[in-house]
Design a protein around this ligand. Structure first.
Ligand SMILES: [Zn+2]
Ligand SMILES: [Zn+2]
Length: 373
């Protein structure tokens, strides 16, 4: 991502603008650049993301204070300051839940904070070659995103939500248990502190709706089955400027007709005729770069392995490539003609026992075993 622009500049407000002015500026720009109004417009998409990020910081008193004091480092989540928006979903959810449980809503005001969107998972099927050499794949999926009409408020424009009368806008109600006064989330407003009498007609008051997203995902060379890629900010949109969740792309690699993978190496079984194994010669074998000729010595044995150096998979972590191993299978003809049978008899008469090392050793040991028995 490019260098961060100033959040005030992004929202076209000044540093002393109050919360209401910031909200108004955000609304105006967010409606203008909302992706649903600008389909297939990368620039608008980027701009909208930038706006959401800026708003998620400047609309939150604590974050805005950190931002004013320390700049982007104060709110990036990498700088080690609490309140950054870059936490992974589960952690920040737990974090804010703890705050809610311990301090209650009315006091900490945490419930007013944005809620981060969920992470999403996408299973991507790719070919063996795409996994090996990397690929750019376009994916289409649906995710929730802020409603373009109410911008996540859930309130029909022109109306304002009214304070909840049960909790008096605090979002929590107090009750007595033994000697203690306890608080719990207000059942009337669900802790929001307000009741929406005119829900947005576009999203039925949900604040978000399903939206189709087209995205180009880059798979690095050397990826393998089961690898997970994290694409930041491409999950569900949050509520009240809570930011987007992440998208996790799970890679599933299709089986290859000839190749099997073992980490960075490729194993390939090649069957040859028994005549070729005996006499030696060349055989065409597949590699990732296309067919190549492999020289076989005379007397190549079944299961013998030949190494093609550097013809394997590019190393995901590190440089260079693995190897390709060719394992030879020798096929004996399942049917022969009378003529071939004659030729084989001639062939046998021509053979020296020492040419068949394994067979000779076996028959020697076997005859000794029989004599001893
Ligand atoms: Zn709406
Ligand atoms: Zn209430």
């Amino acid at each position: 991502m490019a260098a961060h622009r100033d959040y005030y500049e992004i929202l076209e407000v000044t540093r002393d603008s109050d919360a209401e002015e910031i909200k108004k500026a955000y609304r105006k720009l967010a409606i203008q650049f909302h992706p649903d109004r600008n389909p297939n417009n990368e620039e608008a998409e980027e701009k909208f993301k930038e706006l959401s990020e800026a708003y998620s910081i400047l609309s939150d008193q604590d974050k805005r204070r950190l931002y004013d004091q320390y700049g982007h480092a104060g709110v990036s989540g990498n700088g080690g300051f609490p309140g950054g928006f870059d936490f992974s979903g589960s952690f920040s959810d737990i974090f804010s839940d703890i705050f809610q449980d311990f301090f209650g809503q009315g006091r900490s005001g945490r419930r007013q904070r944005g809620i981060r969107g969920d992470d999403l998972r996408y299973r991507m099927h790719i070919t063996f070659e795409e996994a090996v050499f990397g690929a750019e794949k376009e994916i289409v999926y649906s995710r929730l995103r802020e409603c373009e009409k109410c911008l996540g408020d859930g309130v029909e424009p022109g109306h304002t939500p009214v304070n909840c009368t049960v909790c008096d806008g605090k979002g929590e109600v107090l009750y007595q248990q033994a000697f203690f006064t306890m608080s719990r989330t207000c059942p009337n407003c669900g802790g929001r502190g307000r009741v929406v009498e005119h829900p947005c007609t576009q999203c039925k008051g949900e604040g978000r709706k399903s939206s189709q997203r087209t995205l180009t995902v880059r798979i690095p060379p050397g990826g393998d089955d089961g690898n997970r890629l994290r694409v930041r900010g491409e999950g569900d949109g949050g509520l009240s400027g809570g930011g987007f969740g992440d998208l996790f792309v799970q890679i599933e690699v299709q089986e290859h007709l000839f190749f099997r993978r073992e980490n960075d190496d490729i194993i390939c079984e090649v069957p040859i005729r028994m005549e070729l194994a005996a006499a030696g010669g060349t055989v065409e074998v597949p590699t990732l770069e296309g067919p190549t000729e492999l020289k076989l010595p005379g007397g190549t044995q079944p299961g013998q392995v030949f190494n093609l150096r550097g013809k394997g998979v590019p190393r995901l972590h590190g440089s260079g490539r693995g190897d390709q191993y060719i394992r030879i299978n020798v096929e004996v003809p399942s049917k022969i003609t009378r003529k071939q049978k004659q030729l084989l008899e001639e062939f046998t008469n021509e053979s020296k026992p020492s040419a068949y090392k394994v067979v000779s050793r076996f028959s020697k040991e076997f005859s000794k075993y029989r004599e001893d028995g």
